[in-house]
Structures are given as C-alpha cells and as structure tokens.
Design a binder for this molecule. Structure first.
Ligand SMILES: Nc1ncnc2c1ncn2[C@@H]1O[C@H](COP(=O)(O)OP(=O)(O)O)[C@@H](O)[C@H]1O
Ligand SMILES: [Mg+2]
Length: 261
C-alpha cells in the first residue's frame, strides 16, 4: 500500500469570525483523480488554495509528498514553515483557476516559460523546448507567439494548464476551470484533462459542476457542505446512490439547473 501523497489532518480555517473549514481531514493517493463537489461557499476553493499555500491554516496539519506543508521539521520539532520551505513545497503543486489569469502583456510561450526560468533557473532554450511540448500537448503549438487577448476562453484555459504543467508538478489542482467558458468551449478543456489523466500518473484534484465529467473522470468523489466532507465514495455511489440527504438534495438542484449527471 503506497503512502498518501496528500494528507490533510483536522485543519481549520476562518475568515474573520466565519469558520470556512472546521476540522477537515482527507487523504489522496498518488495518481488518484479526485472530484470535489458541493454547494457554492462550502469551502472547495479554500481547500485548494490552502494546498497551493495561497491561504494559511489556523490549525491542523497537512503533509504533501511525505513532507509537512505548513510546518518544517527541525531536530524532531515542528516549526511554522518559512517562505523558503513554502516556495519549495509549492513547486510540487500546480493550479488552474476559474479565470484564466494569464499575463496579458506576454505572448503564449512567454506565459509558459516565465515560472520555470524565474523560480527554477531553467535556461531559456530548455524552457522554450519544454513549453512547445506542452503547448503541443494542449493543441496550441501554433499559438506560441499569440497574445492572450487573441485567444478564445478555451484556448486561454489550455495555455493556463500548460503553464501550470511547466513546473512539472506531481499534483494538479483544477478549480472550476470550465465554469467561465461558453458551452461550446467546455469540451476542448475537458479533453485536455482527460488526456493528462490518460498519459500521466499525475495526482489530480478537480472542483467542478460538470457532474458528467466528474462521473467519468474521477476515481473518488468528495461531497462538501459547510466546510466538511459530508459523503465520499466512488462516482457511481455518489451520483447514483447518494446516502446523505444533503448530497441527494444538492444533486437534485444541480440536475434541475440543467447539468448532466
Ligand atoms: N478571502 C476571503 N475572505 C473572506 N471570506 C472568504 C474568503 N475566501 C472565501 N471566503 C468565504 O468562505 C466561504 C467558502 O468559500 P469557497 O472556499 O470559495 O467556497 P466554494 O469554492 O465551495 O464555493 C464562502 O462563504 C466565502 O465567501
Ligand atoms: Mg469555489
């Protein structure tokens, strides 16, 4: 039995007096494809941002790839992580957001090469070679010199995926990456994720309202509500035979809103 690549242990997180996550625990196995579903405001983005070290936690522990994320082990003691530790841990994880946030004044290939050159000191020629491979993988090799404004939303999102992959993360986080897209552009982005899942052994965590995609794609589904995991299981269990009343009513609402399950 391999060790989990992500181990979240009783973490809590408040914004002001509002407790977003309350003693949340979860584990993810290497290579696992996990779908996080649940109502708006249930803490899905917050947990991804915490894993990405974009938010601090108030309590609990997180292990990523065998190391503490927010703590450093020094002489058998756990100390709060310093910026250097966080920067090193951050390279294990890539994230793609709902809104593309590409650098608007940089062309596509420069968007992809920037982080490896700046944070890892990769030489331009090597960074560009890798960037072209990644752009080819997402079907955008011919757009390398285009500016973000010249791209469709689906193309921008595929560049954002290539950019996150350029740092060779072990774990990829996708936060509603198709929600801001016109319906006809959704599939091209989902296809890139399918391809990634098929061609790599990357661990992937995905927040989505595309329940049909989650059903086909995920090994396991976590249903979040009010900062807690209310129910988890294989896609068929969650989507076809949800046990908890809150999962059932959430899925009913999603279907009523026109989403395919
Ligand atoms: N930076 C922030 N400051 C204050 N409240 C926040 C912040 N980020 C998220 N929240 C609140 O935390 C709750 C959970 O948010 P979020 O994790 O984005 O939920 P989800 O992604 O499941 O919709 C929401 O009520 C949201 O308004
Ligand atoms: Mg969210």
């Amino acid at each position: 039995m391999p060790a989990p690549i992500i181990k979240v242990d009783a973490i809590s997180k408040s914004f002001g007096t509002f407790k977003v996550l309350d003693g949340l625990s979860m584990q993810v196995m290497p290579g696992e494809k996990l779908a996080l579903i649940g109502p708006s405001g249930s803490g899905k983005t917050t947990i991804l941002r915490i894993l990405m070290t974009l938010e601090k936690i108030d309590g609990g522990h997180i292990q990523v790839d065998g190391e503490q994320l927010y703590h450093m082990e020094r002489n058998g003691q756990l100390l709060p992580a310093d910026e250097r530790h966080l920067a090193r841990m951050r390279q294990k994880i890539g994230m793609v957001f709902q809104l593309f946030n590409l650098f608007p004044h940089k062309c596509v290939i420069d968007n992809v090469t920037l982080a490896p050159m700046l944070t890892k000191g990769v030489a331009r020629a090597a960074a560009e070679k890798r960037a072209m491979e990644l752009l080819d993988m997402v079907g955008l090799a011919d757009k390398a010199k285009a500016m973000p404004a010249q791209l469709s939303g689906g193309q921008k999102q595929r560049v954002a995926i290539a950019r996150a992959l350029a740092l060779s993360p072990k774990i990829m986080l996708f936060d509603e990456v198709t929600s801001a897209l016109d319906p006809e552009l959704v599939e091209e982005v989902l296809n890139v994720m399918r391809k990634l899942a098929a061609e790599t052994d990357m661990t992937m965590l995905l927040v989505t309202h595309e329940m049909g995609f989650a059903h086909d794609f995920a090994d396991r589904v976590l249903f979040f509500d009010r900062g807690r995991i209310v129910e988890e299981g294989k896609p068929d269990e969650i989507f076809r035979h949800p046990k908890q009343e809150r999962t059932q009513s959430f899925l009913k609402k999603i279907i009523a809103a026109g989403h395919r399950v």
